[in-house]
Ligand binder design. Structure first.
Ligand code: AMP
Length: 226
């Protein structure tokens, strides 16, 4: 499995990627998390990336491409991987092809998660995350057991700076401008499969397995009936 997950911010890419990683026993490579870790460690990459991330803009392609190139060289990615949040622009998609080609590999799945803006805005503005272990909560749909505290490690939950309303708006614009063209790029290669972003969490593993094992479809897979 060498897969990419595409979709707007808040569509549930991280959740789907984690499930797929567990099903196939492959590492999930999440560029947003890698960049946030670089920001927290105040590395040169993190210091540069922060100003872009705070504004909801994409971090320059070359920086992200180099970061992913290094990550894909690690031994755990030998047998497969799932990329979450990368590629995000045509230049990144081309770079990914080159990176994989050098080791004789090719992508074999691109999953597109679809979700309407109204739901995205609700999800992101009510999302809270644990700065320590990365667990994600939603104030209405998945509230923490103790108010404001992570269920797993009891750390104070935070709202990501880029989950604030004005930055969400910009992230959605950037998605439409820069990332959506990739859908055509991968559609032409016959790689895209579509899944709805509002599938019930309980049904998600089964639906993901079904979609990934199915033939290419560009219409969303609906929630199973009955
Ligand atoms: P995410 O957690 O995927 O929503 O990413 C958060 C922020 O990290 C984005 O708004 C970008 O600023 C940056 N970022 C993550 N992945 C990429 C990427 N592939 N290319 C450029 N910037 C990225």
């Amino acid at each position: 499995m060498k897969a990419v997950i595409l979709g707007p911010p808040g569509a549930g890419k991280g959740t789907c990627a984690k499930i797929i990683g567990e099903i196939y026993g492959i590492p999930v490579i999440t560029t947003g998390d890698m960049l946030r870790a670089a920001v927290a460690r105040m590395t040169p990459l993190g210091l540069t990336a922060k100003s872009y991330m705070d504004r909801g803009e994409l971090v320059p392609d070359d920086l992200v491409n180099d970061m992913v190139t290094e990550r894909l060289k690690e031994s755990d990615a030998e047998g497969g991987f799932i990329l979450d949040g990368y590629p995000r622009s045509p230049r990144q998609a081309e770079a990914l092809e080159r990176i994989l080609k050098t080791s004789g590999k090719k992508l074999n799945q691109v999953l597109h998660i679809k979700l309407e803006d109204k739901t995205i805005i609700d999800r992101l503005s009510k999302r809270r995350s644990c700065p320590r272990c990365g667990a994600i909560f939603h104030l209405d749909n998945k509230p923490p057991k103790a108010k404001g505290k992570c269920d797993a490690c009891n750390t104070e939950l935070v709202q990501r700076d880029d989950d604030k309303p004005e930055v969400i708006k910009r992230r959605l614009e950037v998605y439409r401008e820069k990332t959506q063209p990739l859908l055509d790029f991968y559609k032409k290669k016959g790689l895209i499969k579509v899944i709805r972003g509002d599938i019930n969490l309980m049904d998600l593993p089964t639906t993901l397995k079904r979609v990934l094992n199915s033939r290419v479809r560009t219409k969303p897979h609906e929630q199973p009936q009955g």
